[in-house]
Write a protein that binds this ligand. Structure first.
Ligand SMILES: Nc1ncnc2c1ncn2[C@@H]1O[C@H](COP(=O)(O)OP(=O)(O)O)[C@@H](O)[C@H]1O
Ligand SMILES: CC(=O)OP(=O)(O)O
Ligand SMILES: [Mg+2]
Length: 408
């Protein structure tokens, strides 16, 4: 077993790779960075060395393999060679773990084959995750590679939340059920929210709104996920950057039978050309807020559809939990877009939910409460609304390190 104390975490997303090198002795970040717009003509790598100046390099990254090689180069330039004996493991975010992977798992050829078998149910993600694992294995074949699954935190969901109301035999034969994603983030943020409240996670009920490029909501009761908005694939639920979220399944039949689109075309439409992008031509919330402010009607409608869906889920999860102690906004949109947080919670005072405009407008990368100190709720218990930055990489590093150190 390696005596190293550092873990490199790779979070390979649909068009990006986020990475962090973390020393598990004290949780300190040795380096971190992001490669974005992979596969596009103009890519970007931003690397932050230990305690140093961010370096940006603008270049095209044709695929995830090219991106990871560039990351290894940046780390080497800081003397953080991937050959270092200080590295104990490489942790990988893997989006779909199906029914089998409910815990962090050491990657073997057989595990990799199973992750590959799940590509049809995570077509935007598992291929990138696999590439990340393959490139990392080629760079350090001697090192444990640990897969940490987005689905794992949701595997304890009650059966009534995990089941679709379709023929049970068909569902079981094809393993059609609701798996849920972003679980590492929902787990980390729900615990961090409990800490912010000064309580034990076992005592609190939290609605976590993870709003990034992909987005999902979860209802966490006493530390356990009891409901989440994504399903068999990361398509169900909230309106996302390029994904539709919930649509009547009848839309698929209609587009096929009447619209003449093939199943693959509909898959591409709903996963890559819908959501905010489909509604207004932009998938970046920053652009949508800017355009809305200038009076652009398409951007405004996209914003309203996005927020309306979010409000529906807040209401639904309030009912699922019965008692809500906190609502936590997280990920790129949740942490940065004050107008989304304000609109999603507006007019809900009777549920004990409100956001203080001054607190909401403060920019910070720390977990913080944005609900007002005093609120007329008409008797409803007050809900703490908070912005709680997620750290999927730190959580993956912890889980990966625990596995290689203790085998648990
Ligand atoms: N300052 C900001 N204001 C509004 N939205 C932002 C801001 N910064 C980032 N975002 C949004 O966050 C999204 C990315 O979120 P992130 O959690 O990094 O996504 P992912 O991990 O899914 O790639 C972007 O598409 C952008 O819309
Ligand atoms: C599962 C998922 O949607 O992930 P991301 O937000 O990284 O696309
Ligand atoms: Mg993300």
């Amino acid at each position: 077993m390696s005596e190293g104390t550092r873990v490199l975490v790779l979070n390979a997303g649909s068009s990006s790779v986020k990475y962090q090198l973390i020393d598990m002795l004290d949780g300190s970040r040795q380096a971190s960075g992001l490669v974005e717009r992979i596969g596009e003509p103009a890519g970007r790598l931003v690397h932050t060395p230990p305690g140093g100046q961010r370096r940006e390099s603008l270049q095209a990254f044709p695929d995830h393999g090219a991106a990871l090689k560039a990351v290894a180069g940046e780390l080497a330039a800081d003397g953080l060679d991937l050959d270092s004996p200080e590295l104990a493991a490489i942790g990988h975010r893997v989006v779909h773990g199906g029914l089998r992977f409910t815990e962090p798992t050491l990657v073997t050829d057989e595990v990799l084959a199973e992750i590959r078998r799940l590509i049809p149910v995570a077509p935007l993600h598992n291929p990138a995750n696999i590439t990340g694992i393959e490139v990392a294995r080629a760079l350090r074949p001697d090192l444990p590679q640990v897969a940490v699954f987005d689905t794992a935190f949701h595997t304890g969901m009650p059966e009534h939340a995990a089941r679709y109301a379709i023929d049970r035999q068909v569902a079981d034969e094809h393993r059609v059920r609701r798996y849920g994603f972003h679980g590492t983030s929902h787990q980390y943020v729900s615990r961090a929210t409990a800490r912010l409240l000064g309580k034990d996670p076992a005592e609190v009920n939290v609605i976590v709104l993870h709003l990034g490029n992909g987005g999902s909501a979860s209802a966490v009761a006493g530390g356990r996920c009891v409901e989440t908005s994504m399903g068999l694939t990361p398509l169900e639920g909230l309106v996302m950057g390029t994904r539709s979220g919930d649509v009547d399944a009848g839309v698929v039949f209609h587009l096929h039978r009447v619209g003449g689109l093939s199943v693959d075309e509909i898959d591409d439409l709903l996963n890559r050309r819908s959501g905010l992008l489909g509604l207004c031509g932009d998938n970046d919330m920053r652009e949508i807020l800017r355009r809305s402010e200038e009076g652009d009607a398409d951007a405004r409608l996209a914003f309203e559809v996005y927020v309306h869906r979010l409000r529906k889920y807040i209401g639904a999860y309030y009912a699922v939990l019965g008692r809500v102690d906190a609502i936590a906004f997280t990920a790129g949109v949740g942490e940065n877009a004050a107008p989304v947080r304000a609109a999603a919670t507006a007019g809900l005072e009777a549920l004990g939910i409100a956001v203080d405009p001054a607190l909401n407008s403060i920019r910070s990368d720390r977990a913080r409460v944005i609900s007002p100190e005093f609120l007329r709720t008409g008797g409803a218990p007050r809900v703490t609304v908070a912005v709680v930055p997620t750290d999927e990489e730190l959580e993956i590093a912890r889980q990966a390190f625990a596995l290689v150190r203790t085998g648990a």
